[in-house]
Design a protein around this ligand. Structure first.
Ligand code: GN1
Ligand code: MG
Length: 343
């Protein structure tokens, strides 16, 4: 059965009069549809196997907390039977979310955009600072860099005869070299954070401010610099995630100022100081993940209208993230100065 037919069957579980269903293709992970109903607009998603259905209990807890603190957030819509998700016969969970109207962008187009996004992320972190959820769903090793690198090494060994091996192998070697010595200081506290704060996971209001964060499957306790590093590696490249461009310093400065002004004195000096290094770390780690997927072709969604295979697309993404990570390392003292003056 096509995704669309399963999607409309899943919608029968909800008390909605559906008018139209449209595929949304921007995410790399979950299959997503935009639902137009008499009752309003919604987002219907089939969960990627990397997440278990119990993640919805966490989403419900986090979004209740955010809403109680006055923040806008998508909320899970319960089925007619009061359930938070629907299990399909194919075994894959689906869920329906309210839709936050606004603009979603694939790249941060200006320092002002970065300042607004920094302030939006800071507000979310601040609202979650005193929140102590018992997360039911745990996706371990999200930023276990050593494990991502080990996977890349194993994939290189396993896929010796890959048709793009001549391009992928040297790139893998460069990634492994760039990753050497990259780490955040040990012993940093764990904070409740979004877990995937890339630019396309924010919804903007017409005045440019952040209305809400979306893609709520990844909330977790993480060292704060890794969350910020993931954010900044995404926000500080106006060409987008696939452009092999160096980090944009003006974007970084605006982002970190926006974040600092919203979060205030909550992060410790050690957490703040680790942010620039973590930005390089997450970029190189993501380069490794994309490179592994260039060999394995099984994890990230890819765009068949622009590339002839997952390998080609992930190779481009991997190169871009490596270039970004290297440029962060080259400008580290400057980024550290900007970070310390932001607070
Ligand atoms: C994935 O689902 P999406 O596209 O928002 C990935 C993130 C990566 C990101 C890179 C669960 O996020 O970890 O940083 O792609 N999500 C998962 O664009 O692996
Ligand atoms: Mg997303």
């Amino acid at each position: 059965m096509t995704g669309e037919r399963v999607a409309s069957r899943v919608l029968d579980a909800y008390a909605l009069r559906v008018r139209e269903l449209k595929r949304v293709s921007s995410g790399h992970i979950n299959l997503t549809y935009w639902v137009f109903a008499d009752e309003g607009q919604f987002i219907l998603q089939r969960l990627h196997p990397v997440f278990g259905p119990e993640v919805h209990l966490d989403i419900e807890a986090v979004t209740s907390h955010l809403a109680a603190k006055g923040l806008e957030t998508p909320r899970l819509v319960r089925t007619r039977r009061g359930e938070l998700w629907v299990s399909e016969p194919d075994g894959r969970p689906w869920r329906l979310l309210t839709c936050i109207p606004g603009e979603v962008v694939r790249a941060a187009d200006s320092p002002a955009r970065c300042a607004a996004t920094g302030s939006g992320l800071g507000r979310v972190h601040r609202a979650l600072w005193d929140f102590a959820p018992d997360f039911v769903h745990r996706r371990s090793g999200v930023h276990d860099t050593a494990r991502h690198l080990a996977r890349l090494r194993a994939a290189v060994t396993e896929h010796q005869d890959h048709r793009l091996g001549g391009e992928i192998r040297p790139l893998a070697a460069e990634i492994l070299m760039a990753a050497e010595g990259l780490a955040i200081p040990p012993g940093l506290p764990l904070r409740v954070v979004h877990g995937d704060p890339k630019i396309s996971n924010f919804v903007f209001a017409p005045d440019g401010s952040v209305r809400a964060m979306i893609d709520l499957d990844t909330f977790a306790r993480l060292p704060l610099p890794l969350e910020l590093g993931d954010a900044l590696r995404s926000w500080c490249c106006p060409g987008g995630e696939e452009a092999p461009e160096p980090i944009k310093i003006a974007h970084f400065a605006a982002a970190i100022e926006g974040y600092a002004s919203a979060i205030g004195e909550l992060p410790t000096p050690a957490e703040r100081a680790a942010i620039p290094g973590a930005t390089a770390l997450v970029a190189v780690e993501l380069a490794a993940r994309f490179c592994t997927d260039a060999l394995e072709e099984r994890y990230f969604a890819w765009d068949a209208s622009r590339f002839s295979s997952a390998a080609e697309h992930n190779l481009v993404r991997s190169r871009a993230q490596l270039a970004l990570g290297r440029s962060v390392l080259a400008r580290l003292p400057e980024l550290q100065r900007l970070t310390s003056t932001a607070w």
